[in-house]
Design a binder for this molecule. Structure first.
Ligand SMILES: C[S@@+](CC[C@H](N)C(=O)[O-])C[C@H]1O[C@@H](n2cnc3c(N)ncnc32)[C@H](O)[C@@H]1O
Length: 219
């Protein structure tokens, strides 16, 4: 079993080098305006994990005004950009957790349940020795299960073949908890879905990869 220290440790960048001289405290206070501490209880809740620059979170919040969207990422510059977009668009249904999703879920009020969870292009950690850093694993599914409503959806997208293989293997293991709805090859293609073109989707297309998405429903 992985220790809490390991689970809470993050390996990707949290700040862009070029932006490091920008006033951190001022930017952090600005992001904190959208902190989940100010969250109002709501019936429809959406969680966007690894929200990056926030393209998907902002779209979801605009599409579902009666839902609250929680963007969760430790990427500070992305969160700052998202907070700016949310302020410019006067959004009142978008919240940001500037940190690790495991910490977020471990501290979350057990009364908050999600209608959908999005994980678009999680860090692939392509080297075998780094596979254990991947976000999506058995522990993740066990944890998120407790925060999902019945029939809630998990959407996952990746262009990493080895990550996809691992996820499909996990899906087989959790088949009593989740049903994989888009099993036909034609339904896996992210390009056919009406999903947002995130930064990492565009990167995948540029390098000639074919991003897949997976739609799981909690039983
Ligand atoms: C490859 S980027 C994808 C960003 C965005 N979803 C997109 O499609 O452009 C993965 C993001 O997941 C974030 N991330 C990785 N592990 C995380 C964790 N445990 N909790 C929250 N965010 C995490 C990283 O900081 C990074 O911004």
């Amino acid at each position: 079993m992985q220790s809490k220290d390991f689970i809470y440790r993050l390996y990707g960048r949290s700040r862009l080098r070029s932006k490091k001289n920008i006033d951190y405290n001022k930017s952090k206070n600005f992001i904190d305006k959208f902190s989940i501490q100010n969250l109002k209880i709501n019936k429809n809740n959406i969680l966007d994990i690894g929200s990056g620059y926030g393209e998907n979170s902002i779209l979801l919040a605009n599409q579902s005004k009666d839902s609250i969207v929680i963007a969760c990422d430790n990427f500070f510059d992305g969160n700052f950009k998202l907070a700016k977009m949310a302020q410019e668009q006067n959004m009142n249904n978008l919240y940001i957790h500037n940190g690790n999703v495991h910490e977020f879920l471990d501290k979350l009020d057990q009364n908050l349940y999600f209608n959908s969870v999005w994980i678009l292009f999680p860090d692939p950690w392509p080297k075998k020795k780094h596979f254990k850093r991947r976000l999506i694993n058995k522990l993740f599914f066990e944890k998120i299960y407790n925060f999902l409503k019945k029939n809630a959806y998990i959407y996952i997208a990746t262009d990493s073949k080895s990550y996809l293989k691992e996820i499909l293997f996990l899906i087989f293991k959790i088949k009593n908890q989740f049903i994989w709805e888009n099993q036909k090859k034609i339904d896996w293609d992210y390009k056919n879905a009406s999903f947002v073109q995130t930064k990492y989707f565009k990167k995948a297309i540029k390098k000639g990869s074919n991003p897949f998405f997976i739609k799981l429903r909690k039983l």
